[in-house]
Design a protein around this ligand. Structure first.
Ligand code: ZN
Ligand code: ZN
Length: 296
């Protein structure tokens, strides 16, 4: 199986255009927002939009499609009104994805906003259960690891494991790992050994088969900074080696790799090309390449 590598594509020209444009810049996987990520109100997917999107997929032969939920959604909100609004919005997102035949919705884990991590996690697990119970079975919810800014949950792998466990291992509750977020949250990736230890932890705490989407972003901020700032591949604090190891890691080959790096219009092609250029060049077992161990 060839590795699926792509980008989060802008949808300013429409959903179908995001796929077509993705193909043009070399993507074999595409992530989109199916509605504006800054707004609660979402337009329903009309038949025309759906048909154009499905036609673009067929034409481009891009089959690995992922959606990212709205930034406003907070499934862990202590405020009941906000939590219910979030559950509703995310449920609608899964419905839109069902119409568009997108199998995964990446969702941030939410923030406890002062109510405490345990309270937040309990609410989150409950909210996820409601979303899954009331949405089409064809779509899975991929909880994303976070950098742990502010009161955001999901910066520890155990947080994701907790929500999965509270949902009795529901097979529609899966995981998206983000290299920038992992790194910012204290999971190192900069050396072969560090990369291996982090993958082992994901394996142990979550299981690699549950990882269905990978966000490949370098980090502008230092290790363990708990700050979420993406950098171009190989040009941030993580460095090139981690990405060479990642694209060649057969244990994670089932999960499409998506870049969410800055300057989509001008730089996505470069970042996707960079990841593709690493294929076959560093499986972690051969000679060392790129930047090796750094201190910090
Ligand atoms: Zn991400
Ligand atoms: Zn991020």
């Amino acid at each position: 199986m060839s590795r699926l590598i792509g980008a989060h594509m802008p949808t300013s020209g429409g959903l179908a255009k995001a796929v077509t444009k993705g193909k043009e810049i070399g993507c074999t996987a595409v992530q989109v927002f199916t509605s504006s990520p800054q707004q609660w109100k979402a337009k329903a997917i009309t038949e025309d939009v759906r048909d154009a999107f499905l036609a673009a997929r067929k034409e481009s032969e891009i089959d690995a499609l992922v959606s990212h939920d709205s930034y406003l959604v907070n499934l862990a909100a202590a405020d009941t009104e906000l939590r219910n609004k979030s559950i509703g919005a995310l449920t609608s997102e899964l419905e839109r994805c069902h119409a568009l035949q997108i199998p995964y919705v990446v969702s941030h884990m939410g923030a406890h906003t002062g109510a405490g991590e345990q309270n937040g996690l309990e609410l989150l697990a409950k909210s996820a259960r409601e979303v899954l119970a009331n949405s089409p079975k064809s779509v899975s919810l991929a909880m994303e690891t976070t950098a742990g800014q502010g009161t955001c949950l999901g910066y520890k792998l155990e947080h994701l494991a907790y929500v999965i466990e509270k949902n009795k291992g529901n097979s529609r509750l899966v995981v998206c790992i983000d290299t920038c977020h992992l790194f910012a949250a204290g999971y190192d990736l900069r050396t072969e050994q560090a990369y291996e230890e982090t993958v082992q932890q994901i394996q142990k705490i979550i299981g690699l088969d549950r990882v269905r989407v990978i966000h490949a972003n370098d980090s502008l901020r230092p290790f363990n900074s708990r700050k979420d700032r993406h950098a171009h591949i190989g040009q941030g604090e993580i460095g090139e080696l981690a990405f060479r190891l990642l694209v060649n890691d057969q244990r994670l080959a089932h999960a499409p790799i998506i870049v969410e790096t800055p300057d989509a219009e001008t730089m996505h092609e470069t970042n996707v090309g960079r990841l593709k250029s690493y294929l076959g060049s560093g499986d972690g077992k051969g000679r060392k390449r790129g930047k090796a161990a750094r201190t910090g």
